[in-house]
Design a protein around this ligand. Structure first.
Ligand code: HEC
Ligand code: HEC
Length: 438
């Protein structure tokens, strides 16, 4: 039975992929034309200190009406012609989201659960380049191998204009909902993404997302060796569970701070509405002190996990009177692995990852503002083409709720390109049907 279910799913995925190939070429060539005009920004980044200049990105074709605002932690759509923000430009004050404490409080040493180390708030907030006086915070040095210089100090060629990868993604790449989690991604995928950022193939739909614009500028400042070293390092760290998904009608009252929803109380008092609200489970340790062991609680609407499972596992396909009725999408396991842990060399994992991050990427890919050099990204775009804002909530709620494979690592390469052999991807998670109990 399990076998049959997975064969049906893969068969359907195959049909969808086959029919898609012709349109891939159309989409791809449009994407290439669209991005060719964008000027490189590295010169500007290096010369316009202290104000960073971002390459102009054409966002005129984005249909913002379906933007999952919750995933960007904003409440309003961007205005037309909205300027592009940058985060942490040189000379900008250190993160002062909780500004106000006395000098004594700022210098008081603190610690987080599970760590023997101590850092002051001042040290934690100094998120500028260590060469310019700041440092990275590494609460758990035993969790990972030696940190490459680029992760600790930022791209060398950018000097004091650079920023260490660890300041946003944390020392082990665990990341946070407002950025991304490079830990445990396939090495080839990380390298490709860095190249894609550098070549202006990947942007965020929302120009106000300063950290994504900064990410692009950092990729432009990296050498090939720095890309390889950071990819090898982040890929070597096992992905640990970070998200706790809770179905609920009510959520705590939150305040938006630094592109995050920060709970103002423990009481669930506010209707969730059509959104996911992802918050630090322990605001002090996880947000203020930036512990890499903290978890994020994602409040999701009641019933969303089951609806999401239907789309993720079966693509929304139904059997009516013995006939297969195609759903609005394709079973994600076809490419992302039956345990959704990704497949080497370059398909990313989805299981247990931040729903806010996943939702931003789905929207960015849907709107064509996230392109890439992987030819399968055009297929990925078709997969998400028809998804509504509600589907995106359901899909990301389900994916975030999934357990991780014991290794926390993607499946090894199958040796077959996805386009020609979509059914050959056999990672270690057992058949698709085994996930249907969730
Ligand atoms: C200013 C904060 C910031 C810094 C510093 C930063 N990043 Fe990022 N990074 C981001 C954000 C935000 C994204 C998500 C971009 C998007 O898609 O909107 C991201 C995405 C990524 C991704 C893609 C992850 C995925 O799942 O596709 C990789 C890989 C990555 N960063 C690596 C690095 C490396 C290597 C460095 C150091 C040179 C670095 N980052 C420094 C903010 C940052
Ligand atoms: C045809 C193969 C294919 C299918 C089917 C597919 N994907 Fe993907 N997906 C990809 C590839 C390849 C990438 C990486 C693209 C790149 O290199 O930027 C990707 C990237 C993603 C990302 C970005 C991850 C990150 O770390 O930034 C998300 C989110 C995603 N897919 C979600 C889904 C969901 C949800 C489904 C099912 C509804 C799905 N995908 C089905 C091939 C596929």
């Amino acid at each position: 039975m399990k076998q049959r279910a997975s064969v049906i799913i893969q068969g359907i995925a195959c049909l969808a992929l086959g029919a898609a190939i012709q349109r891939v070429y159309d989409t791809w060539s449009t994407a290439a034309r669209q991005t060719a005009k964008v000027a490189p920004a590295v010169k500007a980044a290096q010369t316009a200190d202290p104000v960073w200049t971002v390459a102009k990105v054409d966002r005129s074709r984005i249909n913002y009406s379906g933007q999952p605002l919750w995933a960007w932690a904003v409440t309003e759509l961007p205005e037309s012609g909205e300027p592009q923000a940058v985060q942490g430009a040189p000379g900008a004050p250190a993160n002062n989201a909780n500004a106000g404490p006395s000098e004594e409080e700022l210098n008081r040493k603190r610690t987080v659960s599970g760590s023997k180390l101590q850092f002051s708030l001042k040290e934690i907030r100094t998120v500028t380049n260590p060469n310019a006086g700041g440092q990275i915070v590494d609460w758990f040095p035993d969790d990972h191998g030696p940190i490459p210089d680029v992760v600790r100090y930022g791209p060398k060629a950018m000097g004091k204009n650079g920023r260490p990868c660890a300041t946003c993604h944390l020392a082990d790449g665990a990341g946070r909902p407002e950025n991304a989690s490079p830990a445990g991604l396939p090495e080839g995928y990380i390298l490709r993404q860095l190249q894609d950022f550098k070549n202006d193939l990947r942007h965020s739909a929302d120009p106000r997302k300063g950290n994504s614009n900064t990410m692009v500028m950092l990729a432009k400042g990296m050498s090939d060796d720095e890309m390889k070293e950071s990819a090898r390092y982040f890929a070597s760290v096992a992905w640990r569970p970070h998200v706790k998904v809770v179905e609920t009608r009510l959520v705590p009252k939150t305040k938006i701070q630094g592109e995050l929803f920060i709970p103002q109380s423990n009481k669930l008092t506010e209707p969730i509405g059509n959104r996911i609200v992802e918050t630090p489970t322990n605001t002090e340790e996880n947000n203020t002190l930036r512990s890499a062991h903290g978890t994020w609680t994602a409040y999701v609407p009641v019933g969303s996990i089951k609806k999401g499972k239907d789309l993720v596992v079966r693509g929304g396909m139904k059997i009516v009177n013995g006939q297969i009725v195609q759903g609005k999408t394709t079973a994600c396991a076809t490419c992302h692995g039956t345990d959704y842990m990704g497949i080497a060399p370059d398909v990313p994992p989805l299981a247990g990852r931040s729903p806010s991050y996943l939702a931003r990427e789905i929207f960015d890919i849907q709107q064509g503002i996230r392109n890439g050099s992987n030819s399968n990204i055009a297929l990925m775009r078709m997969v998400v083409e028809k998804l509504t804002p509600e589907d995106i909530i359901n899909i990301t709620a389900y994916l975030a709720s999934l357990p991780l494979s014991p290794s926390g690592k993607p499946a090894p390469a199958t040796g077959e390109p996805i386009t020609s052999q979509p059914n050959q991807a056999k990672p270690a998670g057992g058949p698709v049907a085994s996930l249907q109990t969730r």
